[in-house]
Every structure is written in structure tokens, then in C-alpha cells.
Design a binder for this molecule. Structure first.
Ligand SMILES: [Zn+2]
Length: 179
């Protein structure tokens, strides 16, 4: 396999935005330009996600308020899912609701049991504007819902209630990166 065909191989690792950055709290804009800048952004998202050992990354997590995310994520059967979606729409989120450990590169080092649907379908386009549909179950369905949330300005912490919400807030307050 040619080196250049590995996602992120040409990409630049960008600084991650962290909880508290306003760009994480605002809905991202639709992508309208499908030129080299968008291709570079997707490459940089992969490079940044891999450098941080994540399984998904949304563009506003590198400070770019556009509707794009990348993923390289296993499902519960350990099948690997790798790709990107531009202008994604969470077309389906259904099935049973499962609470499972969920973390985020914008809240480094933390995780909390978060409720998500077990099945999700995302529709969007690729970096070249081709339609794409992504189906996910289990942990990958969780990832798809998590990344779609980012583009709406939402974080997994917003799904927590009660004891779990208070515990995460305490951990955030103590975190080295907290400002
Ligand atoms: Zn996240």
C-alpha cells in the first residue's frame, strides 16, 4: 500500500480545543466548498485523531466550525469502521438505549457512563461531494451519535444527569487542562 493512501499520512496534527472553548458550544456551518482546503482538513483531522489515540474527531475539536467528522472506530464485534462524513445528518438513532463508558478528546483523561442508542445511521457526503451513508451498531453507533452531537455544539457531558453529571463536573474542575 502506498504511504499516501493511509488516512492522515499527509495531515498535520492540529491543537485540540478543550471544554470551555466556545467553538465546541456552537452549531457548526454546512460545508459549501469541496476544494483542496476541505481535503486538507480531513487529512489533518485523521492525523490529529491518531496522534491523540481517539476513535473519532469533529472539526470544531481543532477549532474549525464546519460540519465534518472522521472516525476509525471498532464496533462491539470488533469490526473496524474507518471514514469521514461531510455535512452529516443523524438519519436514525434507535434500538435499545445502553449506558457505556464514553470519553472525548476535548475532555482529556475523563470518561463517564453515557446513554446512547445501540443503532445509528448517518447520511452525508464525502470530501468530493459523493453521497455516503454510514451504519453503526454498539460502540460505533455511540461514536456516530457523539460526533454528530459535536457539530451541534453538544458534548457527552450534556447527556449526564444526577450523580454522574456531578462527578464529571468535579473531575473537570480538578483536571490539569481546565481553565
Ligand atoms: Zn468528542
Amino acid at each position: 500500500m502506498r504511504h499516501g493512501s493511509i488516512p492522515g499520512a499527509r495531515g498535520r496534527v492540529r491543537p485540540l480545543t478543550l471544554l470551555g472553548d466556545t467553538v465546541l458550544r456552537e452549531p457548526c456551518r454546512e460545508v459549501t466548498g469541496f476544494g483542496p482546503e476541505l481535503a486538507d482538513l480531513v487529512e489533518d483531522l485523521f492525523a490529529t485523531m491518531y496522534a491523540a489515540r481517539g476513535v473519532g474527531l469533529a472539526a470544531n475539536q481543532v477549532g474549525v466550525p464546519l460540519r465534518v467528522f472522521v472516525y476509525d472506530c471498532p464496533d462491539d464485534e470488533d469490526e473496524r469502521h474507518l471514514g469521514h462524513v461531510v455535512n452529516p445528518r443523524l438519519a436514525e438513532a434507535d434500538g435499545v438505549v445502553l449506558r457505556g463508558p464514553e470519553g472525548c478528546l476535548s475532555l482529556p483523561g475523563l470518561e463517564a457512563g453515557t446513554e446512547r442508542y445501540d443503532h445509528a445511521v448517518v447520511e452525508g457526503v464525502t470530501v468530493t461531494g459523493e453521497p455516503v451513508t454510514v451504519h453503526g451498531t454498539g460502540f460505533f453507533a455511540r461514536c456516530l451519535q457523539h460526533e454528530c452531537d459535536h457539530l451541534e455544539g453538544r458534548l457527552y457531558a450534556d447527556h449526564l444527569t444526577g450523580r454522574r453529571r456531578r462527578k464529571l463536573a468535579r473531575q473537570v474542575a480538578r483536571a490539569s487542562w481546565h481553565r
